[in-house]
Design a protein. Structure first.
Length: 332
């Protein structure tokens, strides 16, 4: 359990010490630790998570290119090549870079190639799904497929299904679908994301991170209306907000162990339970977080959403409030 008042830290590796070591090696321009880490990664959820974090760190370097040049027949290197290409394309899109379209095509080609090199791997399909958000007008056929339910909008459902065939209920795949829906346009279309999140969570088994999706959409809705710097407000204490937080706690948190939980999911759950005044439950999530926090969603409670220091202050205040409410008896 984190000591009350201890400063939280953001670390993309979180509780994954092996990933942290590989990241440190990568940042010095070396790829051997990354190769070793991926070689020993057996579960798809962990493979997806580790390749995503590694790609974010490698996107500003040529480390993966060097690895692929040294080992041109390496399947993990080809997957990481696709990961890095997608990360760069998404960054270019966010920055409105003039080469965005070309980088998108290059990333699509790398990801499509990886689907054939690694036919059992869900990550190349997650990569293709991630790129769909750049096609806001859904000009590509793959991005306007018929949905599995009539209440859902057309979209890259075939890509999601391919990822699901390889790793059912893949966390990142469903978050990429949410990002696609967010990118489709007006705030009125956020209702599509709400419907999608509840549909996905409703079909997920206990222990699945998909039970967290409604909390992410609620945060996105809050962000779009500008947020508020009040400690608590009706957006979070409403009956449906509290119900969503409880459902996520009981269907996901109570059925997973620390290694499986992403820092973002834990932060979103702690934030939702705190906002819903469910302090003892939130305290248990803060215990699971330990010393780690993520700027989002806490930053949206501040007057400056880009200020990580202010986000950390909100996190600290929320953690103190929840652990104090639990009392001196320790864990709930």
């Amino acid at each position: 359990m984190a000591r009350d008042g201890a400063r939280p830290a953001y670390d993309p590796a979180g509780h994954d010490s092996a990933l942290r070591a590989a990241l440190q090696d990568l940042r010095t321009g070396r790829w051997m630790a990354m190769r070793g880490l991926l070689a020993e990664t057996e579960e798809w959820w962990q493979w997806t998570q580790r390749t995503q974090v590694l790609a974010a760190a490698a996107a500003g370097t040529d480390v993966v290119r060097v690895w692929l040049a040294e080992e041109p027949h390496s399947v993990p290197a080809a997957v990481m090549h696709a990961r890095v290409a997608v990360e760069r394309a998404l960054r270019a899109h966010r920055d409105k870079h003039r080469r965005t379209h070309q980088m998108w095509l290059e990333a699509w080609d790398a990801s499509d190639t990886a689907t054939r090199i690694a036919p059992q791997d869900p990550v190349p399909w997650v990569c293709l799904l991630a790129l769909a958000q750049i096609d806001r007008d859904q000009r590509w056929d793959e991005h306007r497929a018929a949905p599995p339910e009539p209440t859902l909008p057309p979209g890259p459902w075939g890509l999601l299904a391919e990822a699901g065939k390889r790793d059912p209920y893949n966390r990142e795949a469903h978050h990429r679908m949410l990002q696609f829906l967010y990118a489709r346009g007006s705030s009125g279309r956020l209702a599509e994301a709400v419907g999608y999140a509840h549909w996905a969570a409703g079909s997920a088994p206990r222990g699945s991170a998909l039970h967290m999706l409604p909390l992410y959409v609620r945060v996105e809705r809050y962000r779009r209306v500008g947020g508020r710097d009040a400690a608590l407000d009706l957006h979070w204490v409403a009956e449906d907000a509290g119900r969503e937080a409880q459902q996520a706690f009981h269907a996901w948190f109570e059925h997973t162990d620390r290694a499986e939980r992403s820092l973002l999911d834990l932060n979103h759950l702690a934030h939702a339970l705190w906002g819903a005044l469910q302090f003892p439950y939130a305290a248990r999530v803060f215990d699971a977080l330990g010393p780690y926090c993520t700027p989002v969603p806490w930053a949206y409670r501040t007057g400056r959403p880009g200020d990580a220091a202010q986000a950390a202050e909100v996190f600290l205040a929320a953690r103190t409030r929840c652990t104090t409410a639990r009392g001196p008896g320790g864990r709930s």
